[in-house]
Design a protein around this ligand. Structure first.
Ligand code: BDR
Ligand code: CA
Length: 312
């Protein structure tokens, strides 16, 4: 029986790889994709989610539009430099149009409906800011027992990728991240930057993706802008597939090795804002978050490629 899955996302180039991979994975039943502000504004992430589902041949999967901004403070910055002004490396309008307008229930209403209707525990894989998920938990605490696990790409135990301390998804909405990581009702796995940057996809990987078929080729074209940004910024010809690493764990639990840690998020307005700070001892700091710290990185890269390649 496939595990029901909701992806909450801000597409986003690595989000695109993650969504297509989930669509190609028989271990999960993709029940909804919900959009949040993040890499680019909400209107673009919502349209991109619909376009990516159309590209994946999954037009029946509903898309819900969620938060257009963080819960408390304004968004620090967006990530057009990495993902392009349209969020998909300039390729958004080359994709098929969304099959339907966004679901009228919105992201939180759609997630709630999926949870209510599911007969099995649902996995939620947020791969952007945690605003929609924090709102879901706040508005519908009665549905928390229906969530099997939350697998979030975000946070860092070491250096950040936006500030010295903060990873992008955490910095976008630290208050929401704190809300989700410090609750005890739903088990959370955090897939931090420290891990996702350890499996860069190089030219061979992108070339193999492009050779997999027309969808693989489209994804490889979407990746081109992100790849150029990596070359400019880091001087390497390889890209981090952050969100796909987390979604692979959601699809195939146990792919990543984890260790339990209580994690709090710095929510002050100083230089540490958005830092995900682990407690080095067990409780009373908070409920344990399973923090992913290791994996067979070659297998992760090969697994993502093989799955996306199935779409042709
Ligand atoms: C995260 O930030 C976004 O730009 C990516 O899509 C990913 O979710 C990595 O820090
Ligand atoms: Ca993302």
């Amino acid at each position: 029986m496939p595990t029901p899955l909701i992806i909450d996302t801000d597409p986003g180039v690595d989000d695109a790889v993650a969504i297509l991979m989930a669509a190609a994975s028989p271990e999960v039943d993709l029940r909804a994709v919900t959009a949040v502000f993040g890499n680019v504004p909400l209107a673009a992430t919502t349209r991109n989610a619909g376009r990516l589902l159309a590209l994946a041949g999954r037009p029946e999967v509903p898309v819900g539009a969620g938060a257009a901004r963080p819960l408390v403070h304004a968004q620090a910055e967006r990530a057009e430099r990495w993902h392009g002004g349209d969020g998909l490396g300039g390729r958004a309008t080359a994709l098929p149009a969304p099959a339907a307008p966004p679901d009228p229930r919105g992201a939180v209403g759609l997630m709630a409906a999926v949870l209510r209707e599911a007969s099995e525990p649902v996995t939620i894989a947020p791969i952007g800011p945690l605003t929609n998920v924090a709102l879901l938990l706040a508005v519908h605490p009665e549905l928390a027992p229906r969530i099997g696990r939350i697998v979030w790409m975000g946070g860092t135990l070491g250096a950040g990728n936006v500030t010295g301390a903060a990873e992008f998804n955490a910095l976008c909405d630290p208050e929401a991240a704190h809300r989700v990581l410090t609750q005890a009702d739903v088990p959370v796995t955090m897939v931090p930057l420290d891990l996702t940057t350890r499996c860069p996809a190089g030219p061979d990987w992108v070339e193999a993706l492009g050779a997999a078929g027309s969808r693989g080729l489209e994804l490889a074209q979407i990746i081109a802008h992100y790849r150029a940004a990596y070359r400019d910024r880091y001087g390497v010809d390889a890209v981090a597939l952050h969100d796909a690493v987390a979604v692979l764990e959601a699809v195939l639990p146990g792919t990543l090795r984890t260790t339990p840690m209580a994690v709090r998020v710095a929510c002050d307005l100083g230089p540490a804002r958005g830092a995900t700070v682990p407690a080095r001892r067990p409780a009373p700091e908070g409920p344990p978050v399973q923090v992913a710290h290791d994996a067979d990185m070659d297998a992760v890269l090969a697994g993502v490629l093989e799955r996306v390649g199935r779409l042709g």
